[in-house]
Design a protein around this ligand. Structure first.
Ligand SMILES: Cc1cc2nc3c(=O)[nH]c(=O)nc-3n(C[C@H](O)[C@H](O)[C@H](O)COP(=O)(O)OP(=O)(O)OC[C@H]3O[C@@H](n4cnc5c(N)ncnc54)[C@H](O)[C@@H]3O)c2cc1C
Length: 78
């Protein structure tokens, strides 16, 4: 990361809220920098289900196809 990066918004924490917030702000033209303390992606499931509304938000942010590649749409939740 460049030492003198100039941003309008700093997002602290790059979980789902941080990702959606950062991408939404960037789509509106803001220069965003995000800081995440964990170096690795969380290794266990914390989204067994992703509902339609959430997927639509991901699609509107342009990351829907990438997410659909790594989820299992066949799995039914009982
Ligand atoms: C076992 C489990 C199962 C779940 N299953 C589902 C599910 O099926 N469907 C669903 O929709 N939701 C599910 N959830 C809930 C979902 O995981 C949370 O709603 C979601 O992760 C919240 O996102 P967030 O970005 O607000 O917080 P988090 O995911 O907690 O992300 C916050 C991030 O901020 C980082 N951070 C915190 N403090 C700092 C700091 N000072 N500096 C830098 N980084 C920092 C953390 O490392 C973390 O990466 C589940 C949760 C758990 C625990």
């Amino acid at each position: 990361m460049p030492q003198d990066f100039d941003a309008d918004v700093a997002v602290i924490g790059y979980g789902p809220t941080g990702v959606v917030g950062a991408l939404t702000l960037a789509q509106q033209g803001a220069r965003v920098i995000a800081f995440e303390r964990d170096k690795e992606i969380y290794s266990r499931a914390r989204a067994v289900t992703v509902n339609d509304w959430t997927l639509r938000i991901f699609q509107s942010l342009g990351i829907g196809e990438r997410i659909e590649k790594v989820i299992d749409p066949q799995r039914a939740l009982r």
